[in-house]
Write a protein that binds this ligand. Structure first.
Ligand SMILES: Cc1cc2nc3c(=O)[nH]c(=O)nc-3n(C[C@H](O)[C@H](O)[C@H](O)COP(=O)(O)O)c2cc1C
Length: 313
């Protein structure tokens, strides 16, 4: 349906490169939807707007020690630590099984230096099945890199430039952290460094403890909070970022239903990603994508592009 199609291109940017077009605004969030195929039994992957795969690094990573997830009221904490098979294994064994001809597959990148980010981007840009790159400068669960890049505008710009330099025709989405004093400072730094779009938010740092064992629930002690508990923070961040930059913004954080999707579009997001909700119901993203047109019809919303950013203050 054309009126639900999303084009992730910034109006002010010169044309060039491959446009990122989603058939609907409902994507899945990195780290919560595996490499994609794991969720094929629960719905048709070609009905999703896009799939952002689990964070990829140059070499395989074992992740953090267990336990690395804990349930919290209306949310969860994780300190998975970007466990993954490495980029080469993903490209050889996972990507060919994904319906990349029909659904944009976005690779999520993790590296420990701008040069390494550039190297990873170059490997992914050479692959036909990758539609875009999402740069994770906001992971709170790793010792090197991650959130450190996302808390300093200079480093955020350096990473963005390094990825853009090697991304070829691929659009580059920079994923922002809410764990900063002013998210708009990092958003502007990434935009000025050439980001084609931004996504926010990654998880909020948090911790949980057990009064009986006197131990933290996560072996890593601190983890990232996600799920419905973070939605108001995410909405605030997306609204602030949409008002600060000209490039498109993808909203993430606590989305559980089609109504939540509209909330993010109302504050200015072009598209959204479904994260923790995939653990609650593995068919959640499919269901939300299906319900969105029905909800729009009920509310008299004819076209998402016209509805976007129309919050009345
Ligand atoms: C278990 C888990 C693993 C995650 N792994 C990644 C990751 O590899 N890369 C990344 O950019 N974000 C990762 N995230 C963050 C999510 O993509 C998302 O930004 C965050 O959870 C907020 O959305 P939600 O509240 O809908 O889950 C992860 C989140 C969870 C819960």
């Amino acid at each position: 349906m054309e009126r639900f199609t999303v084009r992730l291109t910034a109006a002010h940017k010169p044309a060039g490169g491959k446009p990122l077009v989603f058939k609907n605004p409902v994507l899945t969030a990195s780290g919560t939807f595996g490499y994609g195929m794991e969720f094929a039994p629960y719905g048709d992957l070609t009905h999703l707007g896009g799939i952002v795969v689990k964070g990829l690094s140059l070499r395989p990573r074992p992740g953090n020690p267990l336990p690395r997830v804990a349930e919290t009221p209306c949310g969860m904490l994780n300190a998975v630590g970007l466990q993954n098979d490495g980029v080469e294994s993903f490209l050889k064994n996972k990507l060919p099984r994904l319906p990349w001809h029909e659904t944009p597959i976005i690779a999520n990148l993790y590296a420990t230096s701008p040069d390494e980010f550039g190297e990873l981007a170059a490997i992914l840009a050479a692959e036909e099945g990758i539609a875009g790159l999402e740069v994770n400068i906001s992971c709170p669960n790793v010792k090197n890199g991650g959130i450190l890049f996302g808390q300093d505008p200079k480093l955020a710009a350096e990473v963005t430039e390094a990825v853009k330099k090697h991304a070829g025709h691929l659009p580059v989405i920079v994923k922002l952290s809410p764990n900063v004093t002013d998210i708009t400072v990092i958003a502007r730094a990434a935009e000025e460094a050439g980001a084609d779009a931004l996504s926010c938010i990654n998880t909020l740092t948090g911790m949980a403890v057990d009064v009986t064992t006197r131990k933290p629930l996560l072996a890593n002690v601190i983890g990232g909070l996600s799920g419905p508990a973070v939605k108001p923070v995410a909405l605030r961040c997306v609204w602030q970022v949409c008002n600060a930059v000209k490039i498109p913004v993808i909203g993430i954080g606590g989305i559980t239903c089609a109504r939540d999707v509209l909330e993010f579009i109302l504050v200015g997001a072009h598209a959204v990603q479904i994260g923790t909700m995939n653990f609650i119901r593995p068919d959640a993203a499919f269901r939300i994508a299906e319900e969105l047109p029905q909800l729009c019809q009920q509310l008299g919303i004819k076209n998402l592009a016209d509805y976007r950013g129309t919050l009345q203050l």
